[in-house]
Ligand binder design. Structure first.
Ligand SMILES: Nc1ncnc2c1ncn2[C@@H]1O[C@H](COP(=O)(O)OP(=O)(O)O)[C@@H](O)[C@H]1O
Ligand SMILES: [Mg+2]
Length: 269
């Protein structure tokens, strides 16, 4: 854990130790250790079904654990954008009303959040009528209204094209810079995410490797999961293996020693 001058330990916003989740007989997450420090941008990458959303839900307290534990800073304000939020096209719901769910916000706060997210003046629009990029930005605006100390975004750029994705990540960095909020993101957009993250955690039922983006993208564990890197998301579906990841028979990996690739002290911020 990072230390402040004088040797005091800086508390994580959220920290999990040995986080284990089972569905039926299947172990979906096996002894995952993860911590997010104030102001950090941490990205979780991993193939489909590797437990990314389940991990995020476990960290927030929405997912019961089979073993292990999660510590959250007392009173921690979390802005969470779930992976799937389907709004029925037949449901009349304006942006303005959506921003007041679940907690009422003032017109001024709503307008400011929309402007900050690059979609000013959308209040009267129907949620179901927004473009993909507008919708994601409205979700982010709603999450920001909670004045979060940490934003947790589960595949926030799903459905956006490349320029839309890049713009969204620039916005996330800007939000971090202006609010100081930490960001924990799940993403498939590997190449973009790599540049926008302080730390990347490569997940496949367990932590395969983690560290600074440049360190992770060079790691054999990462390359085994994502190919050699330049083709980004497409490499995901090739999912080449040089070590075993068999969900049905445990994760075939040395769980006691996940590969922490950051040099000593590298994650001290
Ligand atoms: N509520 C649930 N009940 C049973 N199985 C689940 C549930 N949620 C997720 N799973 C399974 O757990 C695994 C991990 O899912 P998920 O965390 O959504 O992966 P990812 O977000 O990395 O794609 C998948 O095999 C999925 O089918
Ligand atoms: Mg998911």
């Amino acid at each position: 854990m990072p230390r402040l001058p004088g040797g005091r330990v800086m508390p994580a916003l959220i920290e999990a130790r040995g986080l284990t989740v089972r569905f039926g007989g299947a172990t979906v997450l096996d002894r995952v250790d993860i911590a997010v420090m104030p102001g950090e941008i941490v990205t979780i990458v991993g193939p489909n079904g590797s437990g990314k959303s389940t991990l995020v839900r476990g960290l927030i307290g929405l997912q019961p654990l089979a073993a292990g534990g999660v510590t959250r800073k007392p009173g921690l304000r979390i802005g969470y954008v779930p992976q799937r939020l389907h709004i029925d096209a037949g449901l009349p719901l304006t942006v303005r009303r959506f921003l007041s769910l679940p907690a009422r916000v003032t017109d001024g706060a709503a307008a400011e959040a929309l402007a900050r997210c690059g979609v000013p003046g959308l209040e009267a629009r129907q949620m179901a009528g927004l473009s993909g990029g507008q919708f994601q930005r409205v979700l982010l605006a709603r999450a920001l209204l909670a004045r979060p100390e940490i934003l947790i975004l589960d595949e926030p750029t799903q459905g956006l094209d490349q320029p839309g994705t890049a713009a969204f990540y620039r916005l996330i960095e800007e939000v971090r810079a202006t609010t100081g909020a930490a960001v924990l993101m799940v993403s498939h957009d590997l190449h973009v995410v790599m540049s926008a993250s302080d730390r990347v955690i490569c997940l496949n039922g367990h932590v395969c490797c983690e560290g600074a983006p440049s360190v992770v993208s060079a790691a054999p564990e990462y390359r085994a999961l994502f190919g050699l890197g330049t083709r980004g998301a497409f490499a995901l579906y090739r999912h080449e293996h040089d070590h075993e990841h068999d969900h049905d028979h445990g994760h075939g990996h040395d769980h006691a020693h996940p590969h922490h690739l950051a040099a000593e002290g590298e994650d001290a911020r």
